[in-house]
Design a protein around this ligand. Structure first.
Ligand code: DU
Ligand code: SF4
Length: 228
């Protein structure tokens, strides 16, 4: 098994009828400012270091962001905010991620999402989350991160559910999401993974100042410290 083999299966997935219809409709109708572009319109693989110690877990591709460019977090304001922070903290070789064929390289970090197809209103259903969970589970097994930076409550719940399914010792009741929350979980085989909660990088948080660049930088630096 390899990340490339996982991605090959993933990009052909059509398991969620509502999301297949939405991702393809958005890709056909487009946004006026991108009308000359060919949208990706398919499931979006994780991006970055295949041996990353730090895995960033978001929510789902944005309709005109990753669903357009085919690279996670790429082509929208959320990604602009996230990749700039990765550059400042030494995880990325450049501050921007514009398209799937730019020269961005992530070292020691990787970005992914628990749902791989763009959902209407950025809101996957519980069934869609469960249907997509095996892809995140497989990626976790292949990459083997020591730290997961989880952007928002949806990703937090989704990751904890996936870890539980995979036999990790997740406390009950499940730990509550919060910015700066840290939870260490253990696998019976001896591995451990520390989840670090962080407000999502969406404009709702970054435009309002709820999540500032120094706050995100501090989370990424903390993640590196935990991973070392
Ligand atoms: O084809 P490849 O060298 O396995 O890289 C796939 C993809 O992942 C490429 O666009 C660069 C990116 N990447 C990265 O960001 N960090 C790495 O350490 C390795 C690959
Ligand atoms: Fe497949 Fe996941 Fe997309 Fe559903 S969200 S169609 S499970 S890739």
């Amino acid at each position: 098994g390899s990340v490339a083999a996982l991605d090959e299966v993933l990009v052909g997935c059509r398991a969620c009828p509502r999301l297949v219809a939405w991702r393809e409709r958005v890709a056909t109708e487009k946004r006026a400012s991108f009308r000359d572009e060919t949208y990706w319109g398919r499931p979006v693989p994780g991006f970055g270091d295949e041996r990353a110690a730090v895995l960033v877990v978001g929510l789902a591709p944005a309709a005109h962001g990753a669903n357009r460019t085919g690279r996670m977090f790429t082509g929208d304001r959320s990604g602009d905010f996230l990749f700039a922070s990765m550059f400042r903290t030494g995880f990325a070789n450049q501050p921007t991620s514009v398209s799937a064929d730019d020269d961005l390289v992530l070292t020691g970090i990787r970005v992914t999402a628990p749902v791989r197809c763009a959902p209407p209103a950025n809101k996957p259903t519980p069934t869609e989350r469960r249907t997509c969970a095996p892809y995140l589970g497989r990626e976790l097994e292949l990459v083997g991160p020591r730290v997961a930076v989880v952007l928002g409550a949806f990703g937090w719940q989704a990751l904890l559910a996936t870890l539980t399914d995979q036999g990790w010792a997740v406390p009950r009741p499940r730990p509550v999401f919060g910015h700066g929350a840290e939870v260490r979980v253990a696998h019976p085989d001896g591995r451990s993974l520390t989840l670090v909660g962080c407000f999502h990088v969406s404009q709702q948080n970054t435009f309002t100042g709820r999540l500032t660049p120094p706050m995100l930088d501090a989370v990424l630096l903390r993640a590196r410290e935990l991973a070392d």
